[in-house]
Write a protein that binds this ligand. Structure first.
Ligand code: MN
Length: 232
């Protein structure tokens, strides 16, 4: 048996503080509207059940700490938005995982950006069409190195921030997640069997806005990592 084309490389993310270790990506799940103030700015209120969308695994744009990643400004859009998010990396798979057991499935954490062609997503919403063209494009998931959970202290006070060209655009704490990491894993694993290598983008706080070519985005989850990306 032989492949008829070269097997695709797939998404790979470096492991923080390691000598060349990497985390191969299986799938990228994203949670929609998971901070109250962001749900409000998108025109929604109240605690709705969590909902999910996916990005292709090879949409990751891995950026080593201390480096500046280069994200190509995507085609078809005039409104590319940033969404800074805490990313959870799954090390142990499973289905129908109870929230009380969920955290042992977490291998580590990273800082990520759920980049969004907001105009195309808005049009898709209006038409009742899938979000893929707005969310699941090439290089739409810039991500910093994944740090082992045992080396991170992620709790309600953990700060998440995004600066664009040196000015703070998004700022919150992980305690403001509507659905906690454990609850997200419970809901996700009821719908899909989670696999080692899955990444979960846990949702963005308020302050999403457009960026342009030449802008520099600097994101951080305190105690987890930093990510710097320039749009080119
Ligand atoms: Mn998002």
């Amino acid at each position: 048996m032989s492949h008829v084309i070269a097997p695709p490389a797939g998404g790979i993310v470096p492991v923080a503080g390691s000598a060349g270790e990497t985390f191969p990506v299986h799938r990228i799940y994203c949670v929609g509207r998971n901070y109250v103030e962001h749900a409000k700015e998108m025109g929604f209120t109240g605690r709705e059940p969590p909902f999910f969308f996916m990005k292709p695994a090879d949409a990751v744009l891995p950026v080593a700490e201390g480096e500046t990643g280069r994200m190509p400004y995507p085609s078809l859009t005039k409104s590319l938005h940033h969404e800074v998010e805490l990313v959870v990396a799954i090390g142990t798979g499973g289905k129908a995982i109870a929230a009380a057991d969920a955290m042992r499935h977490v291998w580590g954490y990273a800082i990520g950006l759920d980049m969004t062609r907001r105009d195309l997503q808005g049009e898709a919403k209006k038409q009742g069409r899938p979000w893929d063209i707005g969310k699941s494009f090439d290089h739409s998931a810039p991500i910093g190195p994944i740090r082992r959970a045992s080396e991170c202290k992620v709790d309600a006070e953990t700060r998440i921030t995004l600066e664009v060209n040196g000015r703070v655009r998004q700022q919150s704490t992980i305690g403001k997640l509507i659905w906690s990491i454990a609850e997200i894993i419970e809901h996700l694993s009821a719908a899909w069997e989670l696999q080692p290598g899955d990444l979960i983008f846990t949702g963005t706080p308020e302050g999403v806005a457009a960026v342009e070519r030449g802008d520099v985005l600097k994101a951080e989850v305190a105690g987890v990592g930093r990510l710097q990306v320039m749009l080119v």
